[in-house]
Design a protein around this ligand. Structure first.
Ligand code: CP3
Length: 336
């Protein structure tokens, strides 16, 4: 087992180079993935343990990243909660019909979350039998999941969600409570199945003003964390450079930083114990190998010999990323 990743998560990586993995490392930038996608639609991929296992291993076999991430999606739990989910080419995820404040969302309580998502846990068990690197499981945070349920898909402005929580914070809080319970069940089942670490994504928490960030994002990531069996946890949100202190106060093993963050500044203000993960701008991977090397080296120099640093992107890898740039990044981190 390559334990560089787990060593960095506990602040004990003395090897002189950080572990490396990418956010959304299995995906459309890989021709191997595109070939599998030609044969199966996305929901079939997400729901079939053998295909989950195959896709999860693609980037490990091709690039040798230091950890694997279960090929899944933060929105599959919406099906377990009784919503209808589909993925549309060039649009993204759609939840139809979406959830409105008038709906009786007590109907979301008492669903068999773990029973519905068995295919995820079966894939984790399969992967653990053969993987040689740690395996990361994940879920969306309650707030980000709520935005998809309420907006009916990806939305930049989050107008319906914002109207709901500004006008009716109590009912919005009740909704987040229900989603937190479901998320805890899903993550504990992943831990039982054998994942080595958990990442919680609050991708849209950047739309929240400070008081609402605390009330709806931070407090609910905290609630989810407190419900979990022992396992290293990494928290991510867009806006993490703004809210790094609020995230660190929840006391996860690690926080994943967006590309705006100044890593040395955050390291000195948070202290040396917490693992920091980040934060190359994914757009840099659209340039050229020499630019990728220059920008990656800048981060490596900034975090040189930091025993609690993991190299990652500041957000998900883009589908149009040239493979040569991913290869240049890996060589740069490996040879540092
Ligand atoms: O990193 C990995 O290899 C694991 C896989 C992973 C996926 N989704 C697979 C996926 C992870 C960690 C996620 C998390 C996820 N999903 C998040 C949180 C992380 C983030 O990016 O902020 C969010 C917000 C989602 C919701 C989601 N799923 C969207 C908005 C989309 C469409 C994105 C797009 O680029 O079109 C998806 C689909 C999705 N999930 C893909 C993958 C690889 C695209 C697959 C395809 O079209 O073939």
């Amino acid at each position: 087992m390559n334990n560089l990743a787990l060593q960095a998560l506990s602040g004990k990586n003395r090897s002189g180079r950080p572990p490396l993995w990418l956010m959304r490392q299995a995906g459309r930038y890989m021709h191997e993935y595109q070939a599998i996608r030609k044969r199966h639609d996305l929901l079939t991929l997400f729901r079939t343990p053998e295909l989950i296992t195959e896709v999860t291993k693609l980037p490990i076999d091709a690039f040798g990243f230091d950890a694997a991430i279960v090929f899944s999606d933060i929105l599959l739990i919406s099906e377990a909660l009784g919503f209808t989910l589909r993925f549309e080419e060039a649009v993204g995820p759609i939840i139809d019909p979406p959830l409105s404040p008038e709906a009786d969302f007590t109907q979301l309580v008492g669903r068999d979350i773990v029973g519905s998502l068995q295919y995820v846990y079966e894939a984790i068990r399969q992967l653990k039998r053969t993987l040689t690197v740690p395996l990361i499981g994940f879920a969306g945070a309650p707030f980000t999941l709520a935005t998809y349920l309420i907006e009916g898909g990806s939305s930049r402005l989050m107008r319906k969600t914002k109207r709901w929580f500004f006008q009716e914070p109590e009912s919005f809080t009740r909704l987040l409570d229900i989603l937190a319970m479901a998320t805890i069940e899903h993550l504990n089942a992943q831990i039982d199945a054998g994942v080595d670490a958990i990442q919680i994504f609050d991708s849209w928490a950047n739309v929240l003003p400070a008081p609402q960030f605390q009330a709806f994002a931070a407090n609910f990531m905290d609630k989810v964390m407190k419900g979990l069996k022992p396992c290293p946890i990494i928290l991510f949100c867009r806006g993490s450079s703004l809210y790094a202190h609020e995230l660190a106060a929840i006391k996860p093993q690690g926080i994943s930083l967006d590309w705006q963050a100044d890593l040395p500044k955050i390291r000195s203000s948070l202290g040396k114990d917490i693992c920091l993960q980040g934060n190359l701008d994914p757009d840099i991977l659209l340039t050229s190998p020499s630019v990728v090397r220059k920008e990656a080296l800048r981060i490596m120099e900034q975090m040189r010999d930091d025993p609690a640093f993991i190299f990652n992107l500041g957000h998900g890898i883009l589908p149009e990323t040239p493979r040569a740039n991913v290869e240049a990044l890996i060589a740069c981190v490996r040879d540092f």
